[in-house]
Ligand binder design. Structure first.
Ligand code: GUN
Length: 297
């Protein structure tokens, strides 16, 4: 069997086309253009590419975007001051602090300083807490993109065994919460899964990953998931973006695993483009919430 390759890039384009229409309608009605402000500290090459892609996507769907670039020797206080300035700017609806930041800056206080109503990454503790309780304000972008992909390819999640390899705050933990929940308060109906989260201290990892109907690799290790770790007929979602001497590769050995799986995402053109689309979705959502609040006030 050779797997069906899930075209994340095409789905991301489909979502962006839908969002572009919604942005046009909303902007005409409210005479406000949703605006995303990105904050990039230092000169990490991958981060520069990611931020550029996010800005291009904003432009494509008709959003305003701002890029605030700060040198690597910026102090913690200077970053906090800029976050505060953006919090208080009514023209800015979404704020994104690109990670990783330079080692001299402690990321947690910076992320905690973002106004939760503008926190389009959904990294603020208030937004994480709301997600845990099943009443999210924003869905984290990469997990939401994975839900959209599964939903739009009609890959059923309810009652399925999902194994997530990786327990990061950005992907593993929130994705587990989202797929296990009973109702989809926001986002598509990719819920009610039985979820297992594995990590570097999990003994006999292949025995667990082989039980997965849907296997998600989000560990940041090139080609970590081999064919013998995958149940025949499984859906394999690769969240990895690893720059190696052989170019960009995911966390899954794509060539080998595609001979075992029923569905598989490639790298590139898989999950990555969906993350960007869901960021745009959240920026429109942030503008909606803020302008509604202003109307009410
Ligand atoms: N770095 C890697 N992934 C992400 C993300 O989703 N958001 C931000 N802000 N930084 C990242």
């Amino acid at each position: 069997m050779t797997a069906n390759v899930l075209d994340g890039k095409a789905i991301a384009g489909e979502i962006q086309a839908e969002l572009a229409e919604q942005v046009t309608t909303w902007t005409e009605k409210h005479q406000v253009t949703p605006c995303l402000a990105a904050l990039l500290v230092g000169d990490d090459p991958a981060s520069q590419v990611y931020v550029r892609n996010k800005q291009r996507a904003c432009k494509r769907v008709g959003l305003e975007s701002q890029l605030h670039r700060l040198p690597a020797n910026t102090t913690q206080q200077q970053v906090l001051d800029l976050v505060n300035q953006l919090n208080n700017d009514p023209a800015v609806h979404g704020i994104l602090v690109q990670l990783p930041m330079p080692a001299s800056i402690d990321a947690s206080p910076v992320l905690d300083a973002i106004d939760p109503a503008k926190d389009v990454d959904a990294f603020h503790p208030e937004n994480v807490g709301r997600l845990v309780q099943g009443r999210p304000r924003f869905l984290p972008c990469t997990p939401h993109g994975i839900q959209q992909l599964l939903h739009r390819y009609q890959i059923d999640v309810a009652g399925k065994r999902v194994v997530i390899v990786g327990r990061s705050d950005i992907v593993g933990k929130p994705l587990a919460l989202m797929l296990m929940q009973r109702n989809c308060a926001l986002g598509p109906a990719a819920v009610n899964a039985t979820v297992t989260v594995c990590h570097s201290r999990t003994p006999d990892l292949p025995a667990i990953t082989r039980q997965a109907d849907i296997l998600v690799a989000a560990i940041g290790q090139p080609q970590f998931v081999r064919a013998d770790m995958v149940q025949p007929g499984a859906t394999v979602i690769d969240v990895g973006i690893n720059l190696t001497d052989d170019g960009l590769v995911g966390d899954v050995d794509f060539e080998a695993v595609k001979e075992v799986a029923a569905h598989i995402t490639p790298v590139p053109r898989g999950v990555g483009p969906l993350t960007v689309s869901m960021l745009i979705y959240n920026t429109l959502q942030a503008a909606r919430l803020q302008v509604q609040t202003d109307d009410a006030g």
